[in-house]
Design a protein around this ligand. Sequence first.
Ligand SMILES: [Mg+2]
Ligand SMILES: [Zn+2]
Length: 224
Amino acid sequence: MIDKSNQFNPKKCIVFFDFDNTIATCDVFDNMLLLFSRDDRWVELEKRWTSGRIGSKTCLEGQLRGMDLDKKSLDAYLPKIKLDPYFKQLYKFLQAKKVKTFILSDNFDYIINRILSINGIKNLKVYANKLSFPRGKVATEYPYKNKDCQICAHCKTKNLLAKAPKDYIIIYVGDGSTDICPAKYANVVFAKDNLLKHFKDNKLDYMAFHNLKDVFTYLKSKLK
Ligand SMILES: [Mg+2]
Ligand SMILES: [Zn+2]
């Protein structure tokens, strides 16, 4: 157990952010469902995923198949996504302190990288499912699927453990069901919504956050 009353050494800290509803102020994929779905079959898939009857890969695949999606319409939509108003400052602060920082997301890399670049955020490594448009068709890949995990398409835990050296303080910021698995390996957890509920119900240690200002304030006090 680390002593959280002390200051943290920035060189021994690593920060993982979820993307949707954590860095982005909405769930980008959920908004895409409303915008691009041909009918409301996605609703049933969403119900099955939230009740745990299907994993997120089956859910994502089915929902994508139900969308009229091409690169042009997606590219026109992504500039509308708003980031948490404190994310940019927080990330600049982490960069200045040379704190290793990553995004772990169960959304798609193309979507996240494009939103980051539109918002002028550079050099932030994203681990997510893969989306591309070969010959104008939507293609997906799930390189971080874990065969032992029935919940996530991108099982974030494996990437978290691979990136975090043993003696580092792991800080995790997230909100959703696919954040539960990795957040359990973190020393400091910032949680809201589903993640918060799980940590609270299971009496695990966490800090609630409303937006990233809470995280920023905390890290500024810890990383001097
Ligand atoms: Mg999320
Ligand atoms: Zn998992």
